[in-house]
Design a protein around this ligand. Structure first.
Ligand SMILES: [Zn+2]
Ligand SMILES: [Zn+2]
Length: 257
């Protein structure tokens, strides 16, 4: 199993997970042109995609889904709540596969099992996902305002983790975001600060962790090195070991062995 990011951040997200001939895209907040360019950079064609998994209805995650799914007739997996809150072009897609995020039965798509993880975020029924190929597990966790025992339970012992490090509180407080928006980001249904992400690591069994990728960093309210330092301190590793998914360039393939 391997994974890569086409883009990561509030201007658009798209993550790829591949195992054998199964190629999944988790979220798509990019234009069709950006998706094609990003896939080519990673040596892939959009026609190779098996399905799209959606986490929630914010535009940076769902905005590009209708165009991509229509162009390549892709099934789109989404929670019932996300589907009910999504706008018309999304809700009219022909191959929607809604699921109940409280159902513990994993989704099966090709060679992968996928477990939706309920998260606290200010949308209808937001989820994140854990991918399992029978040998390794990859957890992806962005867009949540607080940690829950459920999140810890779902992600403990994973072999790779893509983890939101949205903001550094000092930079957010001193930055140019209006007070209301700052409050939303900091709130329990907003986004994870570097220190909250680090706190999660101390609660997880990280003994199998081969890859840790900081993701969904704010361009305004964070710096890659601050996220890396916070996570490295929690893990007891060097900051350079921790990858950072970038807004424009995402991150290259990382393989699980
Ligand atoms: Zn987002
Ligand atoms: Zn969001």
């Amino acid at each position: 199993m391997r994974f890569a990011a086409l883009a990561s951040g509030s201007e658009g997200n798209a993550l790829l997970v591949q195992h054998g001939s199964t190629l999944l895209m988790m979220d798509c907040g990019l234009s069709l042109r950006e998706v094609k360019r990003g896939l080519h950079r990673l040596g892939l064609e959009p026609a190779q995609l098996s399905a799209i998994l959606v986490t929630h209805e914010h535009g940076d995650h769902i905005g590009g889904v209708p165009a991509l799914a229509s162009a390549f007739n892709l099934p789109v997996f989404t929670s019932h709540g996300t589907l009910s809150s999504a706008q018309a072009p999304f809700a009219r897609l022909p191959r929607l596969m809604p699921f109940d995020s409280h159902d513990p039965t994993p989704l099966v798509i090709g060679d992968l099992e996928i477990c939706p993880i309920r998260v606290p975020h200010d949308t209808r029924e937001p989820v994140q996902y854990r991918f399992d190929n029978g040998q390794h597990r990859l957890g992806v966790l962005t867009d949540l305002g607080s940690l829950t025992p459920h999140v810890v339970h779902c992600l403990t012992g994973v072999d790779a983790l893509v983890l939101e490090c949205n903001y550094e509180p000092d930079l957010l407080a001193r930055g140019r975001y209006p007070a209301r928006l700052q409050q939303r980001i900091r709130g329990p249904l907003g986004h994870l600060a570097n220190q909250q992400a680090a706190e999660l690591l101390t609660q997880l069994d990280c003994s199998r962790l081969q890859h840790l990728l900081a993701a969904h960093l704010s361009n305004e309210n964070n710096r890659p090195e601050l996220a890396q330092q916070a996570l490295a301190a929690a893990l007891g590793c060097t900051p350079g070991w921790i990858g950072v998914a970038r807004q424009r360039t995402g991150c290259d393939w990382r393989e699980l062995h």
